[in-house]
Design a protein around this ligand. Structure first.
Ligand code: C2E
Ligand code: MG
Ligand code: MG
Length: 266
């Protein structure tokens, strides 16, 4: 992995996020990939845990942030006003220098802080790690937003959630995949949306794969969606083509989320 980092074998793909009501693209999530010369493309579930254990996550995470801020700012210059979501490990938040890394990435790219969203998992909440929470508060003061990823799978206390400086929750794909099939997944999803809204939080659903899941989420007031129904994670040139396609469609047909109904999986 160290060699991979030195040899530039890591790269980012970007998965679009859309506003359910209008069908318009509103953001992208940066997802890391490793192109190993021998083994081919390796996904983050395989190497992120190793990077966390070895401490390499600091260097890798800083690189992800710098590169993705630079990329999204380049899209902004082409009038593609997308918000950027970046995943963070607890280890990154506990690290002294992390706040400086975020400030530096924003400054050197020119990206406004309000376009950056950091995804943390419930483990940050569960461990009640004071240092991590202090960093979150400072990040919020910078103008960056925080979303709790994989929401519903951990064991976070609701009162603690209400006190954290977060702006959004992302419903875990396990619940999304059970929609229209499993009553308890539907009930949990509805409850997450209702609870989030009463706490003033924005809700995004991940792993949306079917039109039925999309309709369920939309009809229950979920604001945003991400998943294969909309698009797989894409490399830079493909993301630009995807943007053009959706931009034209949403402009021609107006407020029209139905276009995703017939959207082919690519
Ligand atoms: P995550 O943040 O929950 O990301 C969602 C994962 O679901 C991604 O897997 C994505 O490719 C996949 N996905 C998206 N839409 C669908 C769908 O419709 N159906 C299904 N079945 N899957 C879908 P990926 O890219 O393999 O990432 C796995 C995890 O690795 C991420 O989960 C995140 O926790 C972590 N990760 C990725 N990039 C980074 C990074 O730069 N830093 C850190 N710390 N973690 C990262
Ligand atoms: Mg995520
Ligand atoms: Mg997730």
């Amino acid at each position: 992995m160290r060699r991979g980092l030195m040899d530039d074998e890591f790269f980012l793909v970007y998965q679009p996020q859309i506003e359910m009501e209008s069908g318009r693209a509103c953001g992208v999530e940066a997802l890391l990939r490793w192109r190993d010369p021998e083994r081919g493309i390796i996904g983050p579930s395989e190497f992120i845990p190793i990077a966390e254990e070895s401490g390499m996550i600091q260097a890798l995470g800083a690189r992800v942030l710098r590169e993705s801020c630079r990329q999204v700012m380049a899209w902004h210059r082409m009038n593609m006003l997308l918000r950027l979501s970046v995943n963070l490990s607890v280890q990154q938040l506990q690290h002294e220098g992390w706040l400086g890394v975020v400030e530096e990435a924003l400054k050197s790219s020119g990206l406004a802080a309000r376009y950056l969203d950091l995804e943390i998992t419930e483990s940050v909440i569960i461990t009640h790690h004071e240092k991590a929470v202090a960093t979150l508060i400072k990040l919020k003061q910078l103008g960056v937003s925080i979303t709790v990823d994989d929401f519903g799978t951990g064991y976070s206390s609701l009162s603690y959630l209400a006190r954290l400086p977060i702006q959004g929750v992302k419903i875990d794909q396990r619940f999304v995949h059970g929609l229209e099939k499993n009553r308890s997944d539907e009930a949990i999803t509805q409850a997450i949306i209702a609870m989030s809204h009463s706490l003033g939080l924005r809700v995004i659903a991940e792993g949306v794969e079917t039109a039925a899941q999309f309709e369920f989420l939309k009809s229950h007031g979920c604001e945003e969606a991400q998943g294969y129904l909309i698009s797989r994670p894409l490399e830079e040139p493909e993301l630009r083509s995807w943007w053009k396609m959706q931009d034209e469609e949403t402009r021609i047909v107006g407020r029209q989320a139905d276009m995703w109904r017939g959207w082919r999986r690519t």
